[in-house]
Design a protein. Sequence first.
Lengths: 329, 329
Amino acid sequence: MRIAVDAMGGDYAPELIINGAIQAVKEFNLDVVLVGDKAAIEKLLKKNQYSGSHIEIFPSSEVIEMDEPPALSVRRKRDSSIVRGIELVKRNEADAFFSAGNTGAVACAATLSLGLLTGIERPGIAIIVPNLKNISLIIDVGANIDPKPSHLVQYGIMADVYSRYILNKTNPSIGLLNIGEEESKGTDFMKETHALFEQSRLNFIGNVEGKDLFSGKCDCIVCDGFVGNVALKVSESLAETLMIFLKREIMSNFMGKLGAMFLRQSLKRIKKKVDYAEYGGAPLLGINGVVMIGHGRSNSKAVKNAIRFAAEEVERKVNDKILEGMKKI
Amino acid sequence: MRIAVDAMGGDYAPELIINGAIQAVKEFNLDVVLVGDKAAIEKLLKKNQYSGSHIEIFPSSEVIEMDEPPALSVRRKRDSSIVRGIELVKRNEADAFFSAGNTGAVACAATLSLGLLTGIERPGIAIIVPNLKNISLIIDVGANIDPKPSHLVQYGIMADVYSRYILNKTNPSIGLLNIGEEESKGTDFMKETHALFEQSRLNFIGNVEGKDLFSGKCDCIVCDGFVGNVALKVSESLAETLMIFLKREIMSNFMGKLGAMFLRQSLKRIKKKVDYAEYGGAPLLGINGVVMIGHGRSNSKAVKNAIRFAAEEVERKVNDKILEGMKKI
């Protein structure tokens, strides 16, 4: 198993990307190809005293920055770590690709170079979030901001497969993110999508609401990429804001400081529960190849776990299962 | 000042609605007309030992339930507390109306009966949320789920006015909720809306992202009602989920319980900060009349504060200011 990793993408690249890759090859039975600035990577491998044979370097001279327009940058920067990394998968020199860099550029390069699975019209980004009962999968959180109803049903199929084979769920339930539960709710687009889901063979439980992202009402939540992206960023921001409120309160008085001392372990466990780094990355599903996208702020733990999940997606043949699922719609 | 209050709407109606109304007339210089089941209201007023002259009852025999289809129920239930309450405003027998009942029905009855302010094409529901610096206003969170770009600019004008005259902000800044900050981001709808805002006289700061709902980056956030509704419900749900995680952790071990004792005051202050009951209701803006919508779960404090904010909206002539704002676009 060989995972290509964009060494240059993410807020803490290349340092924490390389640390994460080193941890991954030490903990899991796989190899990593670091794509990027050869000299910088070599220096960091040396600094981390890694001299094993499980990490290789594939040199690339360009970097697509976080705020560059995806399609244009992919076309112009042919020697970027993202374009080169995807090409390794295309040529079967790597089994999967992970990047914590420009999400749009990764999605664009992957779609152009690897293509989509037969029957899939658009790729979708799926994320795993903790809920009151367990975990749920949300798709799409930003790859496709102007979808058709059929795209959302395809996301449902991909969510079903990913939940079964990676998250080990039996007959995962699928909800459609809407503004009310009744099937008459929402825009015409939502009603049309609801009807298509009703006709599918998926375990469709109907519309769910924003509150159900964390309630555990269903295993998978399907939404359009615009709404999903807003919901994801709202959630991240709110969790951080509440933590800042808590810190401010705690530090403002003696009792608070005392209480926080006793609560340290509890708070740590909650942080672990809601930490995106536990899953590390978000699979870009629908691509004819395995591509994992990391949070811009990915730390070494997130990188390590994203590499692990990418490897599992390859091992468990998620794409073959999606193709089978498409045949049975 | 006379505020009509739907005594029958909300999860805790009529009990907590009536408690809130009693608190409001005791604390503020205003009268309340309770609309609903006369016998039930009289019984609760008696139970609460209220015998003053600041509360009147306007009897109505029907109730629009939370899950009834708005337009249909408003048409059929002519003697419902929502329809009757709105009519009191229409006939100038009340200055404003508050309901914690079926939001869609309130919006529908208000639009049909009172009409819209000149130049406003759709009403919008605005909510106030705490952020890291202060508070911000988000509009629309569900009245208009399939808006045109012009509707969003009108929401911007209403948000500007409400922030100035109710939230006491000087030259409030307005952001458009999108999936990235660059003006090239988002759907064609978002780009068109962005261009319209650029041409307006509003203090438009451009696109903002989901993370900015709580960052305090701008005073007002404008969004389409579908996205706003999802964002609102996601936020509520996440805040509750994190609190449940915290409680579970705390109760699972001795150190946690001990820490929580010391932290009780800090947690109370945070709860107060993020408690929607502090503002009580969400103004339905754009209506030719003052209408305030409460959370289904409104408690007596929320009802009391919603009545206060409705009275302030009347006193500070928010609708006149919106009409002036519309002339200056």
